[in-house]
Design a protein. Sequence first.
Length: 361
Amino acid sequence: MKKYILMVLGLGFLYACAPQKEIVKEKVEVVKEVLIEKPCECTKYEIPPDWKDESKREEKIKSFSNVLSGIKFFIDPGHGGKDRHGKSKDGSVIEADVNLRVALNLKNYLEKAGCNVFISRTEDSTVDLKYRSELANKSGADFFISIHHNAPGNADDTWTNFTSTYYHATEDDYEYNPCNRDLARYIQRDLAYVMDNSNGLGSFDGTYSDYNIYPKEGFSVLRRTEIPAVLVECSFFSNPTEQRRLNIEEFNAIQAWGIFRGIGRYFTAGIPSITFVKDKSIIKDSHAKLVFNLFDKKGINPKSIQVFFDSSEIDFVYDKKSGNVTIDIENLKKGEYEVKVIAANKNNNHSLPFIQKIKYK
Ligand SMILES: [Zn+2]
């Protein structure tokens, strides 16, 4: 657009000053060189007002500690060690190093808010991809956050840059857990905001299923991790403007601040709890009546409730007053079954994965 306007202005100038053709021609070329063709070398980022001032930062962390204290996170800075392949064209930005700096800052904020934080690496070391999920599953953490920076498929593309956050699977998949997308949405919003980046054109809210990259498989770390998990692609290190700021430690700390604030807001919005009321995981009748209780301080959204019996969605009765969901299964054959219940609160935050095994002997 800018180029177009300048060209129009340039042509206008040429026409108005036709007798002095030689001089005008020279002037147009100067304008082109300075404003159109020369790339901007400025490094631009904003300092969030709640981060700039140490006391304001502490105040924000303290306010989130009400909802974050005691929660266990596993942070996974992507790549590192033998895997240092992701780098900018001029080699000045190594993805593995940027991921680590952001991750360590995030760890610091979360710990200050009273969280227990596990991390897949604290230095430039090799951690096998499969081992990252294994570590997370064994750690006893409640949530998994993998931190990455992106590059386009086409190596000549230096233009693309946006922030995206991935969750596993898609809505029509049984293994899809909407809580992953909820967390992704909150992280994405605050991270993209502090970085002043767009969400990309593939998604309205900047969250993407990992099936977009690997259909029906997704990312290994999201598929193998058994706790709620997201993978953040903070931005594209292949973009020259972005590249200039990714090696600035202050900027990495601000990126982590965006992720932290998103996490804080996600927990502030609340997470519904689900409990199996009649703890009868062993059934002795072919007619099973099972009751689950849904609870959330903000209230449950009745339209959000879904119940699956052996991976098929089934009907249920919801009693708003007690918060109980009742399912009736008739003509049950002997064997083991799985009941999965999902519900969202009035802030549209979903329950964490809830699966109850039932045995009819
Ligand atoms: Zn990566």
